[in-house]
Design a protein around this ligand. Structure first.
Ligand SMILES: Nc1ncnc2c1ncn2[C@@H]1O[C@H](COP(=O)(O)OP(=O)(O)OP(=O)(O)O)[C@@H](O)[C@H]1O
Ligand SMILES: N[C@@H](CCO)C(=O)O
Length: 321
């Protein structure tokens, strides 16, 4: 018995919705922009973990420091509460997303691992139980629970973190004509540190502006007014304080807007930058600009993406080799 699950990269915040908006990404060239976790029962001990993939060399050396071990413990604990005892597992992580990138790298590992383990043990946890566990695991890494990467990564689409009554998140309409350029420059920004530099308090003007922008964004998506939606993708909460962590961000934004991008922002806690375009040619020009001017080293990459409406997905093991 073996299971392999893919979980896509995501953009946290979407500029205008700090911690409460997120979107899953799918490159238009068909490449897998997300981690894959395999689970099988060939372990000799209780838990075995191996890793491969472009960014596996950045993972902690000790498998027990890998968030996948916490995923295993978390699923095991939940199943024990349901009276289900689990046997040993071997896990393999295809680490395709760079760590500390703003692409929801830890979220991708967590979502793929929890979903794969749950399936492997016969799917006893429902989607809500899995997502709550994913949020807790993400909170262990960044210092506070936020669902804006794990939720879109798990269920796909553009997600609003409802977090009201029993509803964790709600899917917002995705503008069909939008392309999302995503460029990772190749340097690392720790989410915990990028959260620590934010102010404890905001001015009344910032709070009012934030509410106005976010409300307009949600309204515009439902009204099908894509131009309004793009025009209010302005971040008054994090970007003013975080942009110093992203070399070349301001210059890139200026050029991308000149090329015809509708909106430019920091993806999650950065350093990945995203740009929204409603025309493929413009998106390709932005992508070429970013590949040439925003990337800082050979670890960087740039993609033109659509929204991944599916989220987590099973993959055939044969596709991975
Ligand atoms: N499977 C894993 N994937 C990613 N990070 C992991 C994993 N296992 C352990 N970690 C650790 O978790 C921390 C992740 O840091 P951080 O939250 O800054 O990155 P991230 O989740 O990749 O960020 P982002 O959401 O911006 O892509 C690092 O210290 C990393 O070593
Ligand atoms: N909302 C989170 C996303 C982290 O990728 C933050 O901006 O800190």
């Amino acid at each position: 018995m073996a299971v392999a699950v893919y979980a896509p990269a995501s953009i946290g915040n979407l500029g205008v919705g700090f911690d409460i908006l997120g979107a899953a990404l799918k490159p238009i060239d068909g490449s897998l922009l997300g981690d894959v976790v395999e689970v099988d029962d060939s372990a000799s001990g209780e838990f075995e973990l191996t890793a491969s993939g472009r960014f596996s060399h950045k993972l902690p050396d000790d498998p027990k420091q890998n968030i996948l071990f916490d995923c295993y413990l978390g699923v095991k604990k939940h199943l024990a509460e349901l009276g289900i005892q689990v046997g040993p597992v071997r896990m393999h992580l295809h680490k395709n997303l760079p760590i500390g990138s703003g692409l929801g790298s830890s979220a991708s590992s967590i979502v793929a691992a929890v979903a794969a383990l749950n399936q492997f043990f016969g799917s006893p946890l429902n989607d809500d139980q899995q997502l709550r566990l994913m949020g807790e695991l993400e909170g262990q890494i960044s210092g506070s629970i936020h669902y804006d990467n794990v939720a879109p990564c798990f269920v796909g689409g553009i997600q609003l973190m409802t977090e009201q009554d029993d509803l964790l998140c709600s899917t917002l309409p995705s503008p069909e004509s939008w392309y999302w350029c995503s460029a990772y420059p190749g340097i690392t920004v720790s989410t915990a540190q990028a959260r620590a530099i934010l102010p404890e308090h905001y001015s009344k003007a910032d709070i009012i502006n934030h509410g106005r922008l976010l409300a307009n964004f949600v309204h515009a998506l439902y009204a099908g007014n894509d131009k309004l939606a793009a025009s209010v993708m302005i971040d008054v909460i994090a970007e003013p304080y975080r942009k110093v962590l992203l070399p070349g961000f301001e210059a890139a934004r200026e050029e991308l807007l000149k090329l015809g991008a509708y909106a430019v922002g920091i993806s999650g806690s950065g350093p990945t930058l995203f740009a929204v375009c409603d025309d493929l040619n413009v998106a390709k020009q932005c992508d070429a600009y970013l590949a040439k001017h925003y990337l800082q080293n050979d670890e960087g990459f740039s993609h033109v993406c659509r929204i991944d409406e599916q989220g987590v997905a099973n993959v055939a093991l044969v596709e991975l080799n």
